[in-house]
Design a protein around this ligand. Sequence first.
Ligand code: FAD
Length: 352
Amino acid sequence: MLAVTSAFTSGAALVAPTAHASRASVQMGIIDGVKNLLGKKQDFLEAEPYWDQSTIPVNTYKNKAPFTGKIVSTKRIVGPEATGETCDIVIGHEGKMPYWEGQSYGVIPPGTNPKNGKPNSVRLYSIASSRYGDDMTGTTTTLCVRRATYWCPELKADDPAKKGVCSNYLCDSKPGDDVKLTGPSGKVMLIPEKDPNVDLIMVATGTGIAPYRSFIRRLFVEKTPFGEAYTKGTGQAWLFLGVANSDALLYDDEWQEVLKKYPDNFRLDYALSREQKNKDGGKMYIQDKVAEYSDEIFSKMDNGAHMYFCGLKGMMPGITEMLEGVCKDKGLVWEDKLSEWKKAGQWHVEVY
Ligand code: FAD
């Protein structure tokens, strides 16, 4: 019943942004909200036309005046043998903090920084849900957060005094807890929705999966105008995910569902560094898996594909070194290729 109320409100709020909205238009909004809730369509948070990015919300809430959201759920989403802990965290924003797929939220953890006595500073997290949220009401946001721990070589154990402030706060949060949010921010990882046939090559390590989950929900799970166009078209969304082992895979059940439904439009490859071997017999890192398909990837890029990278900073040197090698084999100059892709807006990197 709670969900009905929120979809209702968010649908209505969109047609009544000013005090002048007529009663009829408010009623239409309510009807739209209910239609959306019934699973027929997700269209109450679309731009007009839907690919127009000129109205993307940016920094609606700033550090000095953050929005206070509420934790809806916090779930560990990795198996027992995973390296570290990763949680899926759903936060309620009452429809007041809309965002687009590919953007991030800031989280201000409570407390002060002992190093300078000032309030803790903001940390950014890529949004892992589509603009409609996982419950499709347009009132929640999902984050995918890895708990940062500090392994002390002297103690030969985790040192809790040096654990990451914000990730631990989020992974320990409970439903109903308040959470201070800033943003949404970022325009680097948006989807070029104008072309429903665009190939999207999405490369992630660990929590770098977050923006792609938002893309994939928009493309294949929800009935959005872009999803409808994309699944009728020839575009392919190709996800590469690198993690340590199969217990550390993120949202695998969701990808398997999409693969079953859209085998032509969706493609999935995993690099499991501690379980698989690369062609030289070493650990299978993300760049090794991408390298297996380098010819196909280059030809897709030459045909206008967009390539995305998200996850730990450390992934990029391996990736660029690999692509440089591929260029050399093809008689191409890597720097020229990269600047060509960047100039055409086909190259998207968000690493941390
Ligand atoms: P901090 O408290 O900032 O500490 C940082 C690191 O230092 C930790 O590993 C901590 O253990 C270690 N440390 C602390 N004290 C010491 C000490 N005395 N000596 C040595 N080491 C110490 N993260 C995600 O999990 N998911 C995302 O989707 C995500 N998206 C991001 C998107 C962007 C655009 C950016 C920029 C970052 C993103 N991050 C994401 C990273 C995130 O913002 C935080 O940096 C991360 O969660 C760690 O923050 P923290 O407050 O937990 O750690």
